[in-house]
Design a protein around this ligand. Structure first.
Ligand code: GLN
Length: 546
């Protein structure tokens, strides 16, 4: 029978709950236990697809094309599993399902939060358990205990204790110990209050994980244990670490892996964490760095490019280089001199994905700069389209080539919607989401990055527009190589410049597939090319002092 671990958050949001859940999954998997994970998002949107990245951060796309919370990306990266739409449940999905049941006449009588809404939530837990065949399903309740939106989720996880038996359920509360600088002490009162709030919902936590920016003393652990009625060994200190990839090792050292196994009565092997020790020791001991400029439109919020940042770090792990990222607002790149000033020290440039026209001309200037100066460039979805638009402007000797997303009247629509992507009413367009196959053309940068002999790869998509095939021959004759194509050859998946050390763009998002132990080949290829580039202020041959 599947067992469940429910993780709640207290005191404040962004306390590291997602990373904690992902790390617990890692510890269990390292003991030979099959896990799956689910995030419960309290908002009423059906998914985060239409939210601004400024509000929500990155939208992470799963293989089956679900647009999900960025925590799902952390689960995939840490546990090294591929999840599906079932791993991100929103209140919007739950309420729409309940209302659909009502319209079909599936219920009789009044429809209520308990039992109908809570019942629908529990169905999702059980469905994931059944579909994944996992020994343990980890469920993260989004938001903070006490939020009005969380209540049906908390009630549902409370009911699960009786539904599946208390030996099959574990409640973990992740909370913050704030530090008061004037008295130099960590305060436990907010933890006590959030545990009280949880108890008001009928849930007594089994484990309390305490995030703090300063070391947590034994006396503080004792106090939390006493006041919150949790065993001393189940008060887990989680002091801030320099890299999130150290968190599994911190939790293991504090005994959380064994504690969970013992409390849930799981059959487990000894933990196999050598990979994680390797990652943690590498990421603390870099001797050299690579400076990478990420030129995008949502750069004020790094979370908007969460997987891009992580994928760069994964490739850094592989090449044994610290990645120094500078985040550059593409809108600020209005002229050649802006570019020269801001990109002067970049050894590599990434133009990530995006929607809407703001900042696009700055990205096109960036691609122009990377092409002319032979700076390694990686274009991700919009970043590939921008690279193609720039090259078309150069080849056609005109500033008119564009994507019809940004200029419907352009005489040279080099990127456009395909007829089959228009909705039936002709007004909207359908997004290409999730895994699609890509054939790699031999003897290209892409083929070398993926490994010679790789013919076909599956990559995750989230876009509407495609390269216009009418321009393929002309651009190809001028030196653009279409190095990845859909199996029928109609869609350009990867393109690259022939006469350039590394200028590669892909229509898909490779960042959703990169893992710390298995960096994505295109990120690896990009950092491999960037690490040897000498720029202003960069000294790749010299060790760093730190
Ligand atoms: N806006 C572009 C499109 O829809 C690119 C999307 C993206 O970067 N994910 O095709």
């Amino acid at each position: 029978m599947t067992k469940y671990i429910f993780v709640t958050g207290g005191v404040v949001s962004s306390v590291g709950k997602g990373i904690t859940v992902a790390s617990i999954g890692t510890l269990l998997k390292s003991r030979g236990i099959a896990v799956s994970v689910q995030k419960l998002d309290p908002y009423l949107n059906v998914d985060p697809g239409n939210m601004s990245p400024y509000q929500h951060g990155e939208v992470f796309v799963t293989e089956d094309g679900a647009e999900t919370d960025l925590d799902v990306g952390n689960y995939e990266r840490f546990i090294d599993i591929n999840l599906t739409a079932l791993s991100d449940i929103t209140s919007g999905q739950i309420y729409s399902a309940v209302i659909a049941h009502d319209r079909r006449g599936d219920f009789s009588g009044t429809i209520q939060v308990i039992p109908h809404v809570t019942g629908e939530i529990k169905e999702r837990f059980k469905k994931l358990a059944a579909d994944s065949g996992a020994d343990v399903v980890l469920v993260e309740v989004g938001g903070t205990v006490g939020d009005i939106e969380c209540q049906p989720f908390l009630e549902a996880i409370r009911q699960m204790r009786n539904d599946v038996g208390r030996d099959n359920v574990l409640y973990i509360h992740v909370t913050l110990l704030p530090y008061i600088a004037s008295t130099k002490e960590l305060k436990t009162k907010p933890v006590q209050h959030s545990v009280n709030e949880l108890r008001r919902m009928g849930i007594q936590p089994d484990v309390i994980a305490c995030r703090a920016d300063y070391p947590i003393s034994d006396s503080i652990r004792d106090k939390i244990s006493l006041f919150c009625d949790v065993e001393r060994q189940a008060v887990i200190p989680l002091t801030t670490v320099s890299s999130v990839y150290e968190v599994p090792l911190v939790l293991e050292k504090e005994g959380l892996g064994d504690l969970v196994v013992q409390r849930l009565g799981l059959g487990a092997t000894a933990p196999e964490l050598s990979n994680w020790h390797h990652i943690a020791s590498r990421s603390c001991n870099y001797e050299q760095s690579v400076s990478v400029a990420v030129v995008g439109k949502y750069v004020e919020l790094e979370d908007a490019y969460y997987s891009v940042r992580e994928s760069l770090c994964h490739a850094g792990l592989y090449h044994n280089r610290k990645i120094a990222i500078s985040w550059i607002q593409s809108e600020s790149l209005k002229s050649r001199s802006d570019i020269e000033a801001k990109l002067r020290s970049a050894q590599g440039i990434v133009v990530p994905g995006g929607f809407g026209i703001r900042g696009v001309e700055g990205m096109i200037r960036t691609a122009n700069y990377a092409r002319e100066n032979k700076i390694p460039y990686l274009g991700l979805s919009l970043g590939m389209q921008v690279m193609l638009i720039e090259f078309s402007r150069f080849v056609l000797q005109s500033d008119k080539p564009h994507s019809t997303e940004f200029d419907l009247e352009t005489p040279y629509p080099v990127v456009q919607l395909l007829p089959e992507q228009r909705t039936a009413d002709g007004l909207g367009s359908v997004m290409r989401l999730g895994n699609y196959a890509c054939h790699i053309q031999p003897d290209t940068q892409a083929a070398r990055a993926y490994g010679d002999g790789t013919n076909i790869v599956l990559e995750r998509h989230r876009h509407r527009y495609e390269v216009n095939n009418d321009y393929r021959r002309q651009l190809g004759d001028a030196g653009l190589v279409f190095s990845g194509l859909s199996p029928d050859g109609r869609l350009v998946e990867i393109c690259e410049l022939h006469d350039h050390p590394w200028m590669v763009g892909c229509q898909f998002h490779p960042e959703f597939r990169s893992r710390p132990n298995r960096p994505h080949p295109l990120f690896n290829g990009f950092i491999g090319a960037a690490k040897d580039v000498l720029r202003d202020g960069s000294q790749p041959a010299l060790p760093l002092n730190s």
